[in-house]
Design a protein around this ligand. Structure first.
Ligand code: DX5
Ligand code: ZN
Length: 218
């Protein structure tokens, strides 16, 4: 059984105080820090890239879990590795050479991940299953925080869980994860929960322990 991990998405953090926000969420019980990189092309929003990640890297030793919503991704993989990402996840839909992207990430010494948009079937990654350390099932359409969980993705989480079998692969979900959806996604097999608004939108006196505990307990 894979351990439950909470990965707060800093997309909903105060970008003007990002260093402090990352420190706070790690001190308050986050397992990984989820970094949503968007290019205004693969998704209709723009966030940040390697320069900001490398500055953040000085503030914490926590695992940096980088979710690349960029196309193409391959030309930038080395930059993200050098910036201090420990795990790098590319979208299946972002390029024609997924196998190459995954191998590049591993050759850079990082953990490889593949993300699937809600409309992309799990069968798309059958033949690269031994090249991934993480599968990310998107439970909303990527691009924005605060969207509603898409129930049809539950079946995909089950399918990904079956595909993983005994392999040491993390099964991550991202989008609309909150105390009311945690039960269904963990039941389906997810063990890494990304949450933006359910953590950064629920500060109590600037602290996040209660919000993180609420997800663990749900
Ligand atoms: C969506 C991002 C998510 C997002 C989740 O494109 O990949 O990580 O921040 O936000 P919530 O938890 O608010 O749905
Ligand atoms: Zn994400």
């Amino acid at each position: 059984k894979r351990p439950l991990r909470i990965a707060p998405s800093i997309l909903s953090a105060d970008f003007s105080r990002l260093g402090e926000e990352v420190k706070a969420v790690v001190d308050d019980g986050a397992d990984w820090v989820h970094l949503d990189v968007m290019d205004g092309h693969f998704v209709p929003n723009i966030t940040f890239g390697p320069p900001i990640i490398s500055k953040l890297r000085r503030h914490t030793d926590a695992v940096f879990d980088c979710h690349l919503m960029i196309a193409p991704a391959d030309p930038f993989l080395e930059d993200f590795a050098k910036a201090g990402c420990d795990r790098i996840t590319v979208h299946e839909e972002a390029g024609p050479h997924l196998h190459r992207s995954l191998q590049t990430i591993r050759n850079l010494g990082k953990k490889s991940g593949v993300a699937l948009n809600p409309a992309t079937p799990v069968s798309m990654i059958e033949h690269v299953i031994d090249d991934v350390d993480l599968i990310l099932i998107m439970t909303v359409n990527p691009g924005f925080g605060g969207q509603a969980f898409i129930p049809a993705t539950l079946e995909k989480i089950r399918q990904a869980n079956a595909l993983i079998g005994d392999r040491p692969i993390e099964l991550q979900v991202d989008g609309g994860i909150a105390p009311d959806t945690v039960g269904a996604v963990t039941e389906a097999g997810a063990n890494v929960l990304v949450a933006g608004s359910a953590i950064f939108g629920k500060a109590e006196g600037g602290r996040y322990s209660a919000a993180i505990e609420a997800l663990r307990a749900a």
